[in-house]
Design a protein around this ligand. Sequence first.
Ligand code: IPE
Ligand code: IPE
Ligand code: MG
Length: 251
Amino acid sequence: MRKPPLSGIPAHIGIIMDGNGRWAKQRGLIRTQGHLEGLKAAKRIVKAASDLGVKFLTLYAFSTENWKRAVEEVSFIMGLVKQYLRAEFDFSKRNRIRVRHAGDIAGLPADIQKELAESMSNTADFEGMQVVLAINYGGRDEIVRAFRRFAATGQDMSNIGENDISAYLDNPDIPDPDLIIRSAGEYRTSNFLLWEGAYSELHVSKKLWPDWDKEDLEEAIADFRQRDRRFGSVAAGSVTAGSVTASSVQG
Ligand code: IPE
Ligand code: IPE
Ligand code: MG
C-alpha cells in the first residue's frame, strides 16, 4: 500500500551517489570494495525513502562518462547492478517498489538490459515508491535522444517547444526532482538530470556514499524544508507593487 507522504517530504529526490572510490582508498581497499559498500548504502536509502513516503527516487548509478574507467571497475559495477536487480525482487514486492530506468538502455550489456527489462515488468504494477535507476545515464544524452525521438515522429522540428522535449525524455510521466542530493562534497551535477533539474533544490553532503544512512537522508530533507522555492517568482509576502520603480533603480 502506498503510504501518504509526510508533509514537506519532496515527491521526487535524485541522488548523485558519489565517493565510493574515496571511501575505499581511505581504508586501503580497492575501489570495487567501495562500490560494494555503496550498493549496501543504496539499499538502506531506498528503504528509508520508501518509509518516509518519497514517491520517486532517482539514483545515479553509472553515467555515460563512467565508461572511461578501467574495464575491471566497469564490469564490477555492472555485476553489482545485476545482483541488485536479481536479489531485490522480494524486497521490492514487500515494499511495493516499482523499478524503472533512465538512460540509454541500448548501450548497456545485453544481460543487464534483460535484467532491467525483467525487473521493470515484474514490478510494473507496484503502487509504492518508484526507484529510477540511472544507468548509462547522461543529461545531455537524454536530451539528444529526446530530440531524436521527436524527429522520428515526423513533426516539424522548427516548432519544437519545451513541452515537446519534456514529452520525449526517458520518463515523461515522472515529475521533475524537487531535491537533488550529492554525497562526497563535490559541487557539480556531473550531467545528472540537466533538463528536469532546472528548479531542483540542491543539497551537498561531505559524507561519502558508503557511509550514508537514513539520518543523512532525513538531514537532506530537513535542509530542503527550509528552502524558499520561488521558480523565478518572488518570495511570499514581498512587496511587489509601488515600492521601487524602474526609474528609481536606474537613478
Ligand atoms: C560513485 O563513486 C560511483 C560511481 C560513479 C559509479 P566514485 O567511484 O565516483 O567514487 P570517487 O568519486 O572516486 O570517490
Ligand atoms: C557522478 O559521479 C556519476 C555517478 C555518481 C554515477 P562521478 O564520480 O562520475 O563524477 P565526477 O567525475 O566527479 O564529476
Ligand atoms: Mg566520483
